[in-house]
Write a protein that binds this ligand. Structure first.
Ligand code: NAP
Ligand code: MG
Length: 402
């Protein structure tokens, strides 16, 4: 047996819930621990432990990510009424992803894993399209009022000095609805920096679009901030890297994306990103093949799968069934984190290992060995359905050959 690959700085390891927690352990046992002298700082974000610690563990894991710079996260339950009952929770805890994102102030980049046999629904897409969603403000932090009858709706901003700015939104003659939304320059700036940094790192063009022709102050502010930061801090770096920053209208960008070959990062305002990331996941074939990384403006990275805890499979697992749950996105969260750690610490062996493990995974899929979800979408002429553990063992065989 060859020597294990050494690490310098620990990864922040955020364990999670249900079926993905089972996959988490399998991935480590079968594909990582035999090869890497794994150093992690472990945080158990499982529902029970979040409840036991009054969710302090989530905050601590985010602070550790700030300290070390790289984290890998398992999918976690977002508590709702049913979960409060199921786990006898003290309260309906906030979404861990929301808590972590608020502390790191980052942007989430979602990128599909492309593999032979799983064709995107858009035939021209040859390369993955990454969606960067600004996950702050806009309609997600709105104030809404139902107007019951004739009324005057106004927008009022009162300065710290008491000075008022007032605009009439609508003189309602009858019933209707009204909504107020906001964003902050600081958050938009951080969003822009995260996008420019990520584009440079991936060496991919960055596209950004809003509806600035209609929203001449609100959306226009997004456009201006991106342009200003690009011109002052990134233009030269982009030119040196041979990549492009491109702004256009949201309508135009949708049409261009559909006609494109892919291979770019598409930065979206909050709502656009919410909607478009679901469309992308479907169009690229599978939510189980979508990776996600949170990048903070000061360069911290948290890798995870885009899907949830796969609850339905977990209940079958609890009954003793060996489920065929797809571990690829969770595995790629690990390889993403290990590679980044290796790059930051100058550990070529670790970077190479992450590359090899990803290649072995794609090779396994391309040889027709896959989990049930992919059987339904794969166009390979001969394919075989295996359970999660058999799939990971098949990857291991191919990894050993490399
Ligand atoms: P989900 O876990 O993504 O699963 C929805 C369905 O998609 C599954 O039932 C399964 O379909 C299919 N699927 C998703 N991932 C798969 C995989 N890796 N392999 C095979 N099939 C896969 O979404 P959910 O059931 O709506 O949510 C479950 C829990 O996850 C919730 O408590 C939610 O709060 C949480 N969640 C967490 C995150 C996160 O931590 N980032 C994100 C989303 C949701 P079939 O049953 O038809 O096979
Ligand atoms: Mg959505």
């Amino acid at each position: 047996m060859a020597e294990k690959i050494l690490m310098k700085t620990p990864l922040v390891e955020m364990d999670g819930d249900e079926m993905t927690r089972i996959l988490w352990k399998m991935i480590k046992d079968i594909l990582i621990l035999p090869y890497v002298d794994l150093k992690t700082e472990y945080y158990d974000l499982g529902m029970k432990h979040r409840d036991d610690t009054d969710d302090q563990v989530t905050v601590d894991s985010a602070l550790a990510t700030k300290k070390y710079g790289v984290a890998v996260k398992c999918a976690t339950i977002t508590a709702n009424a049913a979960r409060v009952k199921e786990y006898e929770l003290k309260k309906m805890w906030a979404s861990p992803n929301g808590t972590i994102r608020a502390i790191l102030d980052g942007t989430v980049f979602r990128k599909p894993i492309m593999v032979k046999g799983i064709r995107p629904l858009i035939p021209t897409w040859e390369k993955p399209i990454t969606i960067a969603r600004h996950a702050y403000g806009d309609i997600y932090k709105n104030s809404e009022i139902r107007v019951e009858g004739p009324a005057k709706a106004e927008l009022v901003v009162t300065g710290a000095d008491g000075k008022e700015i007032r605009r009439t939104i609508m003189d309602f003659q009858d019933a209707g609805i009204v909504q107020g939304i906001y964003n902050t320059d600081k958050s938009i700036r951080n969003f822009a920096r995260s996008c420019f940094n990520y584009a440079l790192e991936q060496k991919e063009d960055l596209w950004f679009a809003t509806k600035d022709t209609v929203s001449k102050i609100y959306d226009h502010r997004f456009k201006d901030i991106f342009q200003e930061i690009y011109d002052t801090a990134y233009k030269e770096k982009f030119e040196a890297a041979g990549i492009e920053y491109f702004y256009t209208l949201i309508d135009d960008v949708v049409a261009r994306v559909v006609r494109s070959q892919g291979g770019m990062i598409w930065a979206c305002k909050n709502y656009d990103g919410d909607v478009m990331s679901d469309m992308m996941a479907t169009a690229f074939g599978s939510l189980a093949m979508m990776t996600s990384v949170l990048v903070s403006p000061d360069g911290c990275y948290e890798y995870e799968a885009a899907h949830g805890t796969v609850q339905r499979h977990y209940y079958r697992y609890l009954k003793g069934e060996k489920t065929s749950t797809n571990p690829v996105a969770t595995l790629f969260a690990w390889t993403g984190a290990l590679r980044k750690r290796g790059q930051l610490d100058g550990l070529k062996d670790l970077v190479d290992f992450a590359d090899r493990l990803e290649k072995a995974t794609l090779q396994t899929l391309e040889e027709g060995i896959m989990t049930g979800d992919l059987m339904a979408v794969s166009t390979l002429p001969s394919k075989k359905k295996v359970n999660s553990e058999e799939f990971l063992e098949a990857i291991r065989e191919r990894l050993e050959e490399r």
